[in-house]
Design a protein around this ligand. Structure first.
Ligand code: PEP
Ligand code: MG
Length: 314
């Protein structure tokens, strides 16, 4: 039994009945080789802000290309999902002029900054495209804070024009989740960012420490939005990942898979517990756990219902 458990805690993610669920890493600043050494199937979220934070000027295309190239080398043969610059709000950058904003989380942030600084995004896309030519990594690109199907289409057009072939967007605004049926056909994949999706669903500032109960990713309202996106993903054959903190909770990971997530991206320490939880449950069991969570009236109720019904070794 011990040996069986050890075997379950390495290699690709699978449910007990063999449904693949890619286990990916959230990556930011740090040594790419160290990130590449973890037992993951690739990168589900490359937070590229680290290249831009604390700089007086944006990095040049050549500097960016070099940084992306070393990251791709560390993940040769694996998928790397590069998120374009998520400036503004909780990630302010000195050279991105947003003007005076009373509510920066509702202002010029993420993909929206390309309205005022289009060059930042197009330069970044060309650097990612240039680096992708030098690698065996499967490079995907996605935009943060996309709110409408039109914005998704606009980003997809820009990325394809730069020469990138696998294009997606993050779902972290309730409006984008609610229109998943119109949005998903315009991209190749989506990835749900539960940190911001919780903030905007529950109207609770993620940078305030005072509202953890509202920001709890077990909130059934948040899970209903994941369900909406997951159902469209299953119908349309588009992959639906989750790259917010929710994916690192093994019990919640089961629920996310039950709601239609095909990949889960998290920080390295969470990988083996999530892999183990998946191996203990079939896809149908995940679906039943998801039904329990979505039917609850509170985060506590959802968590307790799933804990009581899941395999005790989760
Ligand atoms: C998220 O919002 O869930 C997410 C993954 O992106 P970030 O935390 O970088 O905003
Ligand atoms: Mg986000």
């Amino acid at each position: 039994r011990r040996r069986a458990l050890l075997a379950e805690s390495t290699g690709p993610g699978r449910t007990a009945d063999g449904t693949p669920v890619a286990l990916l890493l959230n990556v930011g600043e740090g040594d790419p080789r160290k990130a590449g050494a973890h037992d993951s199937e690739g990168v589900g979220l490359l937070r590229t802000e680290f290249l831009f934070l604390g700089q007086a000027e944006p990095p040049t295309v050549a500097e960016q290309t070099a940084a992306y190239t070393s990251l791709f080398e560390a993940f040769a043969g694996r998928v790397v999902t590069v998120r374009t610059l998520d400036a503004g709000s909780d990630k302010p950058l000195s050279f991105v002029e947003t003007g005076q904003e009373d509510n920066p989380a509702l202002g010029m942030r993420g993909f929206r900054t390309s309205r005022v600084h289009p060059g930042l995004l197009t330069e970044q896309l060309s650097a990612i495209a240039a680096a992708s030519l030098e690698t065996s990594a499967r490079v995907r690109v996605m935009a943060p804070m996309v709110s409408t199907p039109d914005e998704a289409a606009e980003f997809a057009a820009l990325a394809r024009r730069a020469g990138l072939t696998e294009v997606g967007v993050m779902i972290e605004v309730p409006g984008a989740a609610l229109l998943a049926d119109r949005l998903l056909p315009r991209v190749d994949f989506v990835s749900i960012g539960t940190n911001d999706l919780a903030q905007y669903t529950m109207a609770a500032d993620r940078t305030l420490g005072a509202l953890p109960d509202l920001l709890d990713p077990w909130q059934p309202a948040l899970l209903r939005l994941v369900e909406t996106v997951g159902a469209v993903g299953e119908r349309s054959g588009r992959s639906v990942g989750v790259c917010g903190e929710a994916a690192a909770d093994p019990l919640l990971a089961l629920v996310l898979v039950g709601l239609g997530s095909t990949s889960l991206s998290m920080s390295a320490p969470a990988l083996s517990a999530v892999r183990h939880a998946l191996a203990l449950h079939t896809r149908d069991e995940c679906r039943r756990l998801a039904e329990l969570a979505v039917a609850a009236s509170s985060a506590e109720q959802a968590r307790e219902a799933v804990r009581a019904a899941a395999h005790p070794e989760t």
